[in-house]
Design a binder for this molecule. Structure first.
Ligand code: F6P
Length: 528
Protein backbone atom coordinates (compact mmCIF):
# COMPACT_ATOMS: atom_id res chain seq x y z
CA UNK A 1 0.00 0.00 0.00
CA UNK A 2 1.21 3.45 -0.89
CA UNK A 3 1.96 5.04 2.46
CA UNK A 4 2.31 8.78 2.14
CA UNK A 5 -1.16 9.51 0.85
CA UNK A 6 -2.13 13.09 0.15
CA UNK A 7 -5.81 13.11 -0.81
CA UNK A 8 -5.55 16.64 -2.14
CA UNK A 9 -3.02 15.50 -4.75
CA UNK A 10 -5.50 13.10 -6.35
CA UNK A 11 -7.43 13.90 -9.51
CA UNK A 12 -10.61 12.91 -7.68
CA UNK A 13 -10.02 15.63 -5.07
CA UNK A 14 -9.55 18.25 -7.76
CA UNK A 15 -12.76 17.17 -9.45
CA UNK A 16 -14.59 17.24 -6.11
CA UNK A 17 -13.42 20.82 -5.60
CA UNK A 18 -14.95 21.62 -8.97
CA UNK A 19 -18.23 19.94 -8.04
CA UNK A 20 -18.33 21.89 -4.79
CA UNK A 21 -17.98 25.19 -6.67
CA UNK A 22 -20.76 24.22 -9.07
CA UNK A 23 -23.04 22.99 -6.29
CA UNK A 24 -22.62 26.18 -4.28
CA UNK A 25 -25.32 27.57 -6.57
CA UNK A 26 -27.64 24.56 -6.32
CA UNK A 27 -30.25 23.61 -3.75
CA UNK A 28 -30.87 20.11 -2.49
CA UNK A 29 -34.58 20.63 -3.09
CA UNK A 30 -33.86 21.29 -6.78
CA UNK A 31 -31.95 18.04 -7.04
CA UNK A 32 -35.17 16.28 -6.07
CA UNK A 33 -37.08 18.19 -8.72
CA UNK A 34 -34.52 17.09 -11.32
CA UNK A 35 -34.71 13.42 -10.36
CA UNK A 36 -38.04 11.99 -9.25
CA UNK A 37 -36.32 8.72 -8.26
CA UNK A 38 -33.75 10.43 -6.02
CA UNK A 39 -35.23 9.36 -2.67
CA UNK A 40 -35.39 5.78 -3.83
CA UNK A 41 -31.97 5.76 -5.47
CA UNK A 42 -30.27 7.41 -2.50
CA UNK A 43 -31.54 5.06 0.18
CA UNK A 44 -30.83 1.50 1.24
CA UNK A 45 -31.44 -0.89 4.10
CA UNK A 46 -28.80 -3.05 5.73
CA UNK A 47 -28.93 -5.19 8.88
CA UNK A 48 -32.10 -3.53 10.16
CA UNK A 49 -30.89 0.01 9.42
CA UNK A 50 -32.55 2.07 6.71
CA UNK A 51 -30.46 4.99 5.45
CA UNK A 52 -31.94 7.83 3.44
CA UNK A 53 -29.07 10.02 2.25
CA UNK A 54 -31.04 11.79 -0.46
CA UNK A 55 -31.17 15.11 1.45
CA UNK A 56 -27.47 15.71 0.82
CA UNK A 57 -25.90 18.24 -1.49
CA UNK A 58 -24.55 15.53 -3.78
CA UNK A 59 -25.12 14.30 -7.30
CA UNK A 60 -24.15 11.06 -9.00
CA UNK A 61 -21.03 12.86 -10.22
CA UNK A 62 -20.02 13.86 -6.69
CA UNK A 63 -20.56 10.34 -5.40
CA UNK A 64 -18.59 8.85 -8.28
CA UNK A 65 -15.65 11.10 -7.45
CA UNK A 66 -15.88 10.37 -3.74
CA UNK A 67 -15.62 6.70 -4.65
CA UNK A 68 -12.74 7.52 -6.99
CA UNK A 69 -11.06 9.13 -4.00
CA UNK A 70 -11.63 5.92 -2.04
CA UNK A 71 -9.98 4.00 -4.83
CA UNK A 72 -7.04 6.38 -4.96
CA UNK A 73 -6.71 5.94 -1.19
CA UNK A 74 -6.63 2.16 -1.74
CA UNK A 75 -9.56 1.62 0.54
CA UNK A 76 -9.97 -1.94 -0.62
CA UNK A 77 -6.40 -2.84 0.34
CA UNK A 78 -6.70 -1.11 3.73
CA UNK A 79 -9.99 -2.86 4.40
CA UNK A 80 -8.43 -6.22 3.64
CA UNK A 81 -5.47 -5.35 5.85
CA UNK A 82 -7.89 -4.49 8.68
CA UNK A 83 -9.73 -7.78 8.48
CA UNK A 84 -6.53 -9.76 8.01
CA UNK A 85 -5.10 -8.39 11.22
CA UNK A 86 -2.15 -6.64 9.59
CA UNK A 87 -0.42 -4.04 11.80
CA UNK A 88 -2.24 -1.03 10.36
CA UNK A 89 -1.96 0.90 13.62
CA UNK A 90 1.58 1.75 12.68
CA UNK A 91 2.52 4.22 15.39
CA UNK A 92 1.79 1.58 18.01
CA UNK A 93 2.97 -1.33 15.86
CA UNK A 94 -0.32 -3.17 16.31
CA UNK A 95 -3.03 -4.89 14.39
CA UNK A 96 -6.59 -3.63 14.80
CA UNK A 97 -8.57 -6.52 16.12
CA UNK A 98 -12.07 -5.36 17.02
CA UNK A 99 -13.64 -6.99 13.93
CA UNK A 100 -11.90 -10.27 14.92
CA UNK A 101 -13.74 -10.17 18.26
CA UNK A 102 -17.06 -10.75 16.52
CA UNK A 103 -15.87 -12.84 13.58
CA UNK A 104 -16.67 -16.54 13.32
CA UNK A 105 -13.83 -19.07 13.40
CA UNK A 106 -14.43 -19.67 9.69
CA UNK A 107 -14.12 -15.91 8.95
CA UNK A 108 -10.86 -15.75 10.89
CA UNK A 109 -9.50 -18.76 9.08
CA UNK A 110 -10.43 -17.29 5.71
CA UNK A 111 -8.54 -14.14 6.69
CA UNK A 112 -5.42 -16.05 7.66
CA UNK A 113 -6.10 -15.54 11.36
CA UNK A 114 -6.78 -19.17 12.26
CA UNK A 115 -4.20 -18.95 15.06
CA UNK A 116 -6.27 -16.22 16.71
CA UNK A 117 -9.56 -18.12 16.59
CA UNK A 118 -8.84 -20.39 19.55
CA UNK A 119 -7.48 -17.74 21.96
CA UNK A 120 -10.25 -15.28 21.07
CA UNK A 121 -12.96 -17.90 21.55
CA UNK A 122 -11.39 -18.91 24.86
CA UNK A 123 -11.34 -15.30 26.09
CA UNK A 124 -14.95 -14.81 24.99
CA UNK A 125 -16.11 -18.04 26.57
CA UNK A 126 -14.34 -17.17 29.84
CA UNK A 127 -16.10 -13.86 30.33
CA UNK A 128 -19.48 -14.98 28.99
CA UNK A 129 -19.50 -18.06 31.24
CA UNK A 130 -18.50 -15.87 34.20
CA UNK A 131 -21.25 -13.40 33.30
CA UNK A 132 -23.77 -16.24 33.38
CA UNK A 133 -22.38 -17.38 36.73
CA UNK A 134 -23.08 -13.89 38.10
CA UNK A 135 -26.59 -13.89 36.63
CA UNK A 136 -27.50 -17.31 37.89
CA UNK A 137 -25.95 -16.73 41.29
CA UNK A 138 -23.27 -19.40 40.99
CA UNK A 139 -20.63 -16.74 41.50
CA UNK A 140 -21.52 -15.24 44.85
CA UNK A 141 -20.13 -12.89 47.45
CA UNK A 142 -18.35 -13.89 50.67
CA UNK A 143 -21.59 -14.13 52.67
CA UNK A 144 -23.05 -16.57 50.13
CA UNK A 145 -25.49 -13.97 48.78
CA UNK A 146 -25.84 -13.63 45.00
CA UNK A 147 -24.97 -10.27 43.47
CA UNK A 148 -27.74 -7.74 42.98
CA UNK A 149 -25.55 -4.85 41.77
CA UNK A 150 -22.58 -4.59 39.44
CA UNK A 151 -20.44 -1.47 39.69
CA UNK A 152 -18.53 -1.01 36.44
CA UNK A 153 -15.49 1.23 36.96
CA UNK A 154 -13.85 2.43 33.75
CA UNK A 155 -13.42 5.56 31.67
CA UNK A 156 -13.45 6.46 27.97
CA UNK A 157 -13.67 3.34 25.86
CA UNK A 158 -13.74 1.25 29.00
CA UNK A 159 -17.11 2.75 29.85
CA UNK A 160 -18.91 4.49 27.00
CA UNK A 161 -19.78 1.51 24.78
CA UNK A 162 -21.12 -0.73 27.55
CA UNK A 163 -23.04 2.21 29.05
CA UNK A 164 -24.62 3.06 25.68
CA UNK A 165 -25.77 -0.53 25.19
CA UNK A 166 -26.97 -0.94 28.77
CA UNK A 167 -29.11 2.18 28.63
CA UNK A 168 -30.38 1.27 25.16
CA UNK A 169 -31.35 -2.31 25.89
CA UNK A 170 -31.17 -3.12 29.56
CA UNK A 171 -31.88 -0.32 31.98
CA UNK A 172 -35.27 -0.75 33.61
CA UNK A 173 -35.97 -3.85 31.53
CA UNK A 174 -33.34 -6.54 32.05
CA UNK A 175 -34.06 -9.25 34.59
CA UNK A 176 -30.48 -9.68 35.84
CA UNK A 177 -28.42 -7.67 38.32
CA UNK A 178 -28.51 -3.90 38.16
CA UNK A 179 -25.61 -2.19 36.44
CA UNK A 180 -24.01 1.08 37.54
CA UNK A 181 -21.21 2.96 35.79
CA UNK A 182 -18.67 5.27 37.38
CA UNK A 183 -15.99 6.95 35.29
CA UNK A 184 -15.04 10.19 36.94
CA UNK A 185 -12.73 10.34 39.90
CA UNK A 186 -14.32 13.46 41.34
CA UNK A 187 -14.93 11.83 44.70
CA UNK A 188 -18.68 12.31 44.30
CA UNK A 189 -19.72 9.91 41.58
CA UNK A 190 -18.73 6.64 43.21
CA UNK A 191 -20.00 7.38 46.74
CA UNK A 192 -23.34 8.45 45.21
CA UNK A 193 -23.66 5.00 43.61
CA UNK A 194 -22.35 3.01 46.56
CA UNK A 195 -24.65 4.82 49.00
CA UNK A 196 -27.61 2.76 47.84
CA UNK A 197 -25.86 -0.61 47.68
CA UNK A 198 -25.27 -3.56 49.98
CA UNK A 199 -21.57 -4.59 49.92
CA UNK A 200 -22.53 -8.24 50.45
CA UNK A 201 -24.47 -8.18 47.18
CA UNK A 202 -22.15 -6.02 45.09
CA UNK A 203 -19.59 -7.02 42.48
CA UNK A 204 -17.05 -4.39 41.44
CA UNK A 205 -15.86 -4.72 37.84
CA UNK A 206 -12.66 -2.77 37.21
CA UNK A 207 -12.24 -2.20 33.47
CA UNK A 208 -9.04 -0.74 32.11
CA UNK A 209 -7.13 -1.88 29.07
CA UNK A 210 -3.85 -0.48 30.40
CA UNK A 211 -4.65 -0.94 34.09
CA UNK A 212 -2.79 2.30 34.71
CA UNK A 213 -5.58 4.85 34.22
CA UNK A 214 -5.61 6.93 37.41
CA UNK A 215 -9.35 7.70 37.45
CA UNK A 216 -10.20 4.01 37.39
CA UNK A 217 -7.44 3.13 39.87
CA UNK A 218 -8.65 5.81 42.32
CA UNK A 219 -12.22 4.59 42.09
CA UNK A 220 -11.12 0.97 42.48
CA UNK A 221 -9.24 1.93 45.65
CA UNK A 222 -12.31 3.68 47.05
CA UNK A 223 -14.54 0.74 46.19
CA UNK A 224 -12.05 -1.65 47.82
CA UNK A 225 -12.13 0.40 51.01
CA UNK A 226 -15.92 0.40 50.97
CA UNK A 227 -15.96 -3.38 50.63
CA UNK A 228 -13.29 -3.82 53.28
CA UNK A 229 -15.26 -1.68 55.71
CA UNK A 230 -18.60 -3.25 54.88
CA UNK A 231 -17.53 -6.89 54.90
CA UNK A 232 -14.38 -6.92 56.98
CA UNK A 233 -12.33 -8.07 53.99
CA UNK A 234 -8.56 -7.83 54.32
CA UNK A 235 -7.81 -8.12 50.63
CA UNK A 236 -10.88 -6.95 48.76
CA UNK A 237 -9.37 -7.20 45.26
CA UNK A 238 -8.59 -10.88 45.91
CA UNK A 239 -12.17 -11.53 47.04
CA UNK A 240 -15.05 -12.67 44.83
CA UNK A 241 -16.41 -9.11 45.03
CA UNK A 242 -13.76 -7.80 42.66
CA UNK A 243 -12.97 -8.58 39.07
CA UNK A 244 -10.65 -7.03 36.49
CA UNK A 245 -11.01 -6.66 32.73
CA UNK A 246 -7.76 -5.71 31.08
CA UNK A 247 -5.18 -6.31 28.38
CA UNK A 248 -2.47 -6.03 31.07
CA UNK A 249 -3.22 -9.14 33.08
CA UNK A 250 0.10 -8.96 35.00
CA UNK A 251 -0.75 -5.54 36.45
CA UNK A 252 -4.09 -6.81 37.78
CA UNK A 253 -2.38 -9.85 39.30
CA UNK A 254 0.18 -7.59 40.96
CA UNK A 255 -2.73 -5.75 42.59
CA UNK A 256 -4.02 -8.95 44.12
CA UNK A 257 -6.82 -9.85 41.70
CA UNK A 258 -7.43 -13.59 41.56
CA UNK A 259 -6.26 -14.90 38.16
CA UNK A 260 -9.60 -16.67 37.56
CA UNK A 261 -11.37 -13.34 37.97
CA UNK A 262 -9.25 -11.45 35.47
CA UNK A 263 -10.78 -11.31 31.98
CA UNK A 264 -8.38 -10.53 29.19
CA UNK A 265 -8.61 -9.05 25.74
CA UNK A 266 -5.94 -8.46 23.10
CA UNK A 267 -3.71 -5.38 22.98
CA UNK A 268 -4.83 -4.88 19.39
CA UNK A 269 -8.33 -3.89 20.50
CA UNK A 270 -8.48 -0.13 20.98
CA UNK A 271 -10.41 1.15 24.01
CA UNK A 272 -13.07 2.90 21.93
CA UNK A 273 -13.59 -0.30 19.93
CA UNK A 274 -13.52 -2.67 22.91
CA UNK A 275 -17.22 -3.10 23.69
CA UNK A 276 -17.21 -6.49 21.95
CA UNK A 277 -14.47 -7.91 24.18
CA UNK A 278 -14.45 -8.73 27.90
CA UNK A 279 -15.02 -4.99 28.38
CA UNK A 280 -18.65 -6.05 27.85
CA UNK A 281 -18.47 -8.50 30.78
CA UNK A 282 -20.70 -6.51 33.15
CA UNK A 283 -23.07 -5.79 30.27
CA UNK A 284 -23.32 -9.50 29.45
CA UNK A 285 -23.92 -10.27 33.13
CA UNK A 286 -26.70 -7.73 33.42
CA UNK A 287 -28.25 -8.24 30.00
CA UNK A 288 -27.70 -11.97 29.48
CA UNK A 289 -25.51 -14.00 27.20
CA UNK A 290 -27.98 -14.30 24.32
CA UNK A 291 -28.53 -10.53 23.90
CA UNK A 292 -24.78 -9.95 24.10
CA UNK A 293 -24.17 -12.55 21.42
CA UNK A 294 -26.93 -10.99 19.32
CA UNK A 295 -25.13 -7.65 19.63
CA UNK A 296 -21.99 -9.31 18.24
CA UNK A 297 -24.03 -10.92 15.47
CA UNK A 298 -25.41 -7.51 14.46
CA UNK A 299 -21.90 -6.07 14.31
CA UNK A 300 -20.78 -9.08 12.30
CA UNK A 301 -23.59 -8.48 9.80
CA UNK A 302 -22.32 -4.92 9.36
CA UNK A 303 -18.73 -6.20 8.98
CA UNK A 304 -19.88 -8.48 6.16
CA UNK A 305 -21.79 -5.71 4.47
CA UNK A 306 -18.80 -3.38 4.74
CA UNK A 307 -16.54 -6.00 3.15
CA UNK A 308 -18.85 -7.13 0.41
CA UNK A 309 -21.10 -4.30 -0.76
CA UNK A 310 -19.95 -2.15 -3.67
CA UNK A 311 -18.87 1.34 -2.67
CA UNK A 312 -22.08 2.95 -3.89
CA UNK A 313 -24.24 0.63 -1.75
CA UNK A 314 -21.96 0.51 1.24
CA UNK A 315 -23.27 2.24 4.37
CA UNK A 316 -19.95 3.00 6.10
CA UNK A 317 -18.39 4.14 2.82
CA UNK A 318 -21.34 6.42 2.04
CA UNK A 319 -21.40 8.02 5.49
CA UNK A 320 -17.63 8.50 5.60
CA UNK A 321 -17.50 9.91 2.07
CA UNK A 322 -20.25 12.41 2.85
CA UNK A 323 -18.35 13.41 5.98
CA UNK A 324 -15.18 14.09 4.01
CA UNK A 325 -17.15 15.94 1.33
CA UNK A 326 -18.64 18.49 3.72
CA UNK A 327 -15.60 18.74 5.94
CA UNK A 328 -13.13 19.33 3.12
CA UNK A 329 -15.20 21.30 0.62
CA UNK A 330 -17.87 23.09 2.67
CA UNK A 331 -15.91 23.93 5.81
CA UNK A 332 -18.19 21.77 7.97
CA UNK A 333 -15.99 21.52 11.06
CA UNK A 334 -18.94 20.23 13.07
CA UNK A 335 -21.37 17.39 12.48
CA UNK A 336 -24.41 16.75 14.66
CA UNK A 337 -25.70 13.32 15.64
CA UNK A 338 -29.18 13.27 17.05
CA UNK A 339 -30.86 10.04 18.09
CA UNK A 340 -34.57 10.37 18.64
CA UNK A 341 -35.27 8.51 21.85
CA UNK A 342 -33.86 8.49 25.37
CA UNK A 343 -32.62 4.93 25.09
CA UNK A 344 -30.03 6.09 22.57
CA UNK A 345 -29.01 9.13 24.59
CA UNK A 346 -25.42 7.90 25.02
CA UNK A 347 -24.81 7.45 21.31
CA UNK A 348 -23.45 10.98 20.75
CA UNK A 349 -21.09 10.61 23.70
CA UNK A 350 -19.83 7.26 22.41
CA UNK A 351 -19.38 8.69 18.91
CA UNK A 352 -17.54 11.70 20.28
CA UNK A 353 -14.81 9.42 21.58
CA UNK A 354 -14.98 7.02 18.66
CA UNK A 355 -14.70 9.71 16.00
CA UNK A 356 -12.73 12.47 17.65
CA UNK A 357 -10.14 10.29 19.35
CA UNK A 358 -9.74 8.32 16.11
CA UNK A 359 -9.67 11.02 13.46
CA UNK A 360 -8.66 14.12 15.39
CA UNK A 361 -5.17 13.86 13.95
CA UNK A 362 -2.74 16.40 12.51
CA UNK A 363 -0.25 14.18 10.73
CA UNK A 364 -0.41 11.55 8.02
CA UNK A 365 0.46 7.93 8.65
CA UNK A 366 4.06 8.70 7.77
CA UNK A 367 4.20 11.67 10.10
CA UNK A 368 3.81 14.62 7.73
CA UNK A 369 1.57 17.51 8.75
CA UNK A 370 -1.79 17.39 6.99
CA UNK A 371 -2.93 20.48 5.15
CA UNK A 372 -6.53 19.32 4.79
CA UNK A 373 -9.16 19.11 7.51
CA UNK A 374 -9.37 15.83 9.45
CA UNK A 375 -11.90 14.72 12.09
CA UNK A 376 -15.02 16.78 12.64
CA UNK A 377 -16.29 17.94 16.01
CA UNK A 378 -19.26 15.76 16.92
CA UNK A 379 -22.12 17.65 18.46
CA UNK A 380 -24.94 15.63 19.90
CA UNK A 381 -28.13 15.47 21.86
CA UNK A 382 -31.41 13.61 22.00
CA UNK A 383 -34.39 14.46 19.86
CA UNK A 384 -36.72 16.12 20.49
CA UNK A 385 -34.99 17.83 23.44
CA UNK A 386 -32.15 18.98 21.15
CA UNK A 387 -34.69 20.72 18.91
CA UNK A 388 -35.43 22.95 21.87
CA UNK A 389 -31.78 23.81 22.44
CA UNK A 390 -29.09 23.79 19.73
CA UNK A 391 -31.21 23.24 16.61
CA UNK A 392 -31.73 26.99 16.31
CA UNK A 393 -28.10 27.30 15.20
CA UNK A 394 -28.50 24.42 12.76
CA UNK A 395 -31.44 26.15 11.10
CA UNK A 396 -30.48 29.81 11.09
CA UNK A 397 -26.90 30.09 12.30
CA UNK A 398 -23.97 30.98 10.09
CA UNK A 399 -22.34 27.56 10.52
CA UNK A 400 -22.89 24.74 8.08
CA UNK A 401 -23.58 21.66 10.21
CA UNK A 402 -24.61 18.41 8.51
CA UNK A 403 -26.78 16.20 10.72
CA UNK A 404 -27.32 12.48 11.25
CA UNK A 405 -30.88 11.96 12.52
CA UNK A 406 -31.42 8.50 13.98
CA UNK A 407 -34.85 7.07 14.73
CA UNK A 408 -36.39 3.81 15.84
CA UNK A 409 -39.54 2.63 14.07
CA UNK A 410 -40.70 -0.08 16.50
CA UNK A 411 -40.06 0.49 20.16
CA UNK A 412 -41.66 -1.63 22.79
CA UNK A 413 -41.51 0.91 25.61
CA UNK A 414 -43.54 3.72 24.06
CA UNK A 415 -47.13 3.85 22.91
CA UNK A 416 -47.97 4.38 19.27
CA UNK A 417 -48.81 8.05 19.74
CA UNK A 418 -45.40 8.80 21.24
CA UNK A 419 -43.55 6.81 18.60
CA UNK A 420 -45.35 8.63 15.83
CA UNK A 421 -44.65 11.95 17.53
CA UNK A 422 -40.90 11.31 17.73
CA UNK A 423 -40.55 10.06 14.18
CA UNK A 424 -42.73 12.84 12.77
CA UNK A 425 -40.42 15.33 14.46
CA UNK A 426 -37.34 13.66 13.04
CA UNK A 427 -38.78 13.69 9.54
CA UNK A 428 -39.93 17.30 9.95
CA UNK A 429 -36.44 18.39 10.99
CA UNK A 430 -34.82 16.74 7.96
CA UNK A 431 -37.36 18.47 5.75
CA UNK A 432 -37.00 21.85 7.48
CA UNK A 433 -33.20 21.74 7.31
CA UNK A 434 -33.39 21.10 3.59
CA UNK A 435 -36.27 23.28 2.48
CA UNK A 436 -35.94 26.22 4.84
CA UNK A 437 -38.54 28.92 4.57
CA UNK A 438 -37.82 31.90 2.35
CA UNK A 439 -41.37 33.22 2.11
CA UNK A 440 -40.85 36.91 1.21
CA UNK A 441 -43.82 37.76 3.38
CA UNK A 442 -41.76 36.79 6.40
CA UNK A 443 -39.50 39.26 8.17
CA UNK A 444 -35.79 38.37 7.81
CA UNK A 445 -35.48 37.01 11.34
CA UNK A 446 -38.13 34.43 10.60
CA UNK A 447 -36.73 33.21 7.30
CA UNK A 448 -34.69 30.02 7.21
CA UNK A 449 -32.09 29.53 4.54
CA UNK A 450 -32.46 25.75 4.31
CA UNK A 451 -30.18 23.73 2.03
CA UNK A 452 -28.67 22.07 5.09
CA UNK A 453 -27.94 18.39 4.59
CA UNK A 454 -28.98 15.46 6.72
CA UNK A 455 -28.85 11.68 6.75
CA UNK A 456 -31.84 9.85 8.17
CA UNK A 457 -31.09 6.48 9.75
CA UNK A 458 -34.08 4.42 10.88
CA UNK A 459 -33.63 1.29 12.95
CA UNK A 460 -36.48 -1.15 12.43
CA UNK A 461 -36.37 -1.74 16.18
CA UNK A 462 -34.04 -1.16 19.06
CA UNK A 463 -32.79 -4.73 19.40
CA UNK A 464 -29.31 -6.09 20.16
CA UNK A 465 -28.72 -6.97 16.50
CA UNK A 466 -29.64 -3.55 15.12
CA UNK A 467 -27.74 -1.72 17.83
CA UNK A 468 -24.66 -3.88 17.21
CA UNK A 469 -24.92 -3.11 13.51
CA UNK A 470 -25.34 0.63 14.18
CA UNK A 471 -22.26 0.83 16.41
CA UNK A 472 -20.20 -1.20 13.92
CA UNK A 473 -21.44 1.07 11.13
CA UNK A 474 -19.97 4.10 12.89
CA UNK A 475 -16.76 2.20 13.68
CA UNK A 476 -16.25 1.47 9.99
CA UNK A 477 -17.26 5.01 9.08
CA UNK A 478 -14.35 6.19 11.22
CA UNK A 479 -11.97 3.75 9.54
CA UNK A 480 -13.00 4.72 5.99
CA UNK A 481 -12.76 8.41 6.82
CA UNK A 482 -9.25 7.84 8.19
CA UNK A 483 -8.22 6.01 5.01
CA UNK A 484 -9.63 8.77 2.78
CA UNK A 485 -7.75 11.35 4.82
CA UNK A 486 -4.48 9.38 4.96
CA UNK A 487 -4.31 9.28 8.77
CA UNK A 488 -4.00 6.56 11.42
CA UNK A 489 -7.39 6.27 13.15
CA UNK A 490 -6.19 3.84 15.78
CA UNK A 491 -3.74 5.68 17.99
CA UNK A 492 -4.39 8.57 20.42
CA UNK A 493 -1.06 10.14 21.34
CA UNK A 494 -2.68 13.52 21.84
CA UNK A 495 -4.12 12.50 25.20
CA UNK A 496 -0.74 11.68 26.72
CA UNK A 497 0.82 15.09 27.42
CA UNK A 498 -2.01 16.26 29.69
CA UNK A 499 -1.89 13.00 31.64
CA UNK A 500 1.87 13.33 32.12
CA UNK A 501 1.64 16.94 33.27
CA UNK A 502 -1.11 16.09 35.77
CA UNK A 503 1.12 13.35 37.19
CA UNK A 504 4.02 15.76 37.51
CA UNK A 505 1.88 18.43 39.15
CA UNK A 506 0.50 15.95 41.65
CA UNK A 507 3.97 14.63 42.41
CA UNK A 508 4.97 18.18 43.31
CA UNK A 509 7.50 18.30 40.51
CA UNK A 510 7.18 22.02 40.33
CA UNK A 511 9.22 23.31 37.50
CA UNK A 512 10.71 26.74 37.28
CA UNK A 513 10.17 26.54 33.56
CA UNK A 514 6.40 26.45 33.96
CA UNK A 515 4.55 29.57 33.01
CA UNK A 516 3.31 31.96 35.71
CA UNK A 517 -0.33 31.11 35.05
CA UNK A 518 0.25 27.40 35.71
CA UNK A 519 2.28 28.16 38.83
CA UNK A 520 -0.38 30.52 40.18
CA UNK A 521 -3.14 28.00 39.52
CA UNK A 522 -1.10 25.32 41.22
CA UNK A 523 -1.01 27.41 44.36
CA UNK A 524 -4.77 26.89 44.52
CA UNK A 525 -4.50 23.09 44.50
CA UNK A 526 -6.21 21.81 47.66
CA UNK A 527 -3.82 20.33 50.20
CA UNK A 528 -0.99 22.73 49.38
O1 F6P B 1 -7.02 8.80 27.74
C1 F6P B 1 -7.58 8.16 26.65
C2 F6P B 1 -7.73 6.68 26.86
O2 F6P B 1 -6.49 6.07 26.73
C3 F6P B 1 -8.75 6.10 25.90
O3 F6P B 1 -8.21 5.83 24.66
C4 F6P B 1 -9.22 4.90 26.66
O4 F6P B 1 -10.45 4.41 26.18
C5 F6P B 1 -9.31 5.46 28.06
O5 F6P B 1 -8.23 6.35 28.14
C6 F6P B 1 -9.25 4.44 29.15
O6 F6P B 1 -8.06 3.69 29.09
P1 F6P B 1 -7.91 2.32 29.87
O7 F6P B 1 -8.93 1.37 29.33
O8 F6P B 1 -6.51 1.88 29.63
O9 F6P B 1 -8.17 2.60 31.33
Amino acid sequence: MERPFDPTATAAWQRLAGHARALAERRIADLFAADPARAERYSLEVAGIFLDYSKNLVTDGVLADLFALAEAAQLDAWRQALFRGEPINESEGRAVLHPALRATAADLEADGLAALAGPLAAQREAFLAAAEAVRTGTWRGVTGAPFRDLVHLGIGGSELGPKLVWEALGEGRAQGPRLHFVANADGEALPAVLAGLDPARTLVVVVSKSFTTPETALNAELAARWLADGLGLREPTASPHFTAVTAADERARAQGYAPERIFAFPEGVGGRFSLWSAVGFSLAAALGRAPFEALLAGARAMDRHFREAPLGRNLPVLLASLGVWYNAFFGAAVRAVVPYGERLRRLPEHLQQLEMESNGKGVTRDGRPVHWPTGQVVLGGVGTAAQHSFFQLLHQGTRFVPVDLIGVVESSGADLRQRRFLLANLIAQARALMSGDSDPALPPHRRQPGNRPSNVLLLTRLAPETLGALIALYEHRVFVEGVLLGINSFDQWGVELGKRLARQLLAGEESESWDPSTRALLARLPGG
